[in-house]
Design a protein around this ligand. Structure first.
Ligand SMILES: Cc1cc2nc3c(=O)[nH]c(=O)nc-3n(C[C@H](O)[C@H](O)[C@H](O)COP(=O)(O)OP(=O)(O)OC[C@H]3O[C@@H](n4cnc5c(N)ncnc54)[C@H](O)[C@@H]3O)c2cc1C
Length: 177
């Protein structure tokens, strides 16, 4: 995947106030993952959003994903923006969508939480939410041990936030878009 974070006035292209995430489907630009346009605010969240992120799917071995001009050219073409469209790119990031769970969640005094312990596709919004769940879960257990309760090894893969169904749900949602 390639994500472009930019400041741009897209109000004449993204005209509908009620839509948050715009999902483009175009066989010329990667089918069901042609592009996903998300407003980033910070002052407005509709068509007047000052910042945007545009996500595009690339194969992991596609060298074009690393070439800024090609990436920006594909974004312009997918959104139908003119060649001289004025925008400021803050960052272009390449990342891999995956559904993985660590086979361990602790190494001595180090505990693994969030993306270090489990990564899912963003479809469904379970990544950060389950990371917060991890930390909530870990802190009450640490507090219990620090207050003298016996230390049981309860920081295990069977916790709800790293239940394999979370990964399966996110992965299935990403495939069925
Ligand atoms: C496009 C996209 C959309 C998403 N949408 C959602 C959503 O809608 N809802 C949701 O719940 N989740 C969403 N997620 C997932 C969410 O962003 C992650 O699950 C979450 O950020 C994980 O938090 P984390 O703190 O575990 O890891 P990170 O946010 O990755 O934080 C790790 C931090 O550690 C820093 N770091 C790395 N190595 C070192 C080092 N050696 N020394 C010091 N610092 C280091 C990194 O720079 C980073 O700041 C989305 C993810 C993506 C990619």
């Amino acid at each position: 995947m390639v994500s472009i974070h930019m400041t741009a006035d897209l109000s004449q292209w993204a005209t509908d106030d009620d839509i948050l995430i715009r999902w483009l489907v175009n066989p010329d630009f990667g089918g069901s993952w042609s592009g996903v346009l998300v407003p980033m605010g910070p002052e407005h969240w509709g068509p007047e959003s000052e910042e945007w992120v545009f996500h595009m799917q690339y194969a992991t071995d596609d060298a074009d994903a690393m070439q800024e001009e090609k990436v920006l050219g594909r974004m312009r073409a997918s959104l139908g923006l003119p060649q001289d469209f004025d925008f400021t790119v803050h960052r272009i990031s390449q990342w891999v969508m995956e559904g993985v769970i660590s086979d361990k969640f602790r190494a001595g005094r180090v505990f693994f939480v969030g993306d270090a312990a489990h990564r899912h596709p963003p479809t469904g919004g379970l990544g950060l939410t389950s990371a917060i769940h991890d930390v909530y879960n870990l802190t009450w257990k640490l507090q219990a041990v620090l207050s003298g309760r016996p230390a049981t090894d309860c920081w295990t893969p069977t916790r709800p936030s790293v239940n394999p169904s979370t990964r399966t749900t996110s992965t299935t949602r990403s495939r069925t878009r």
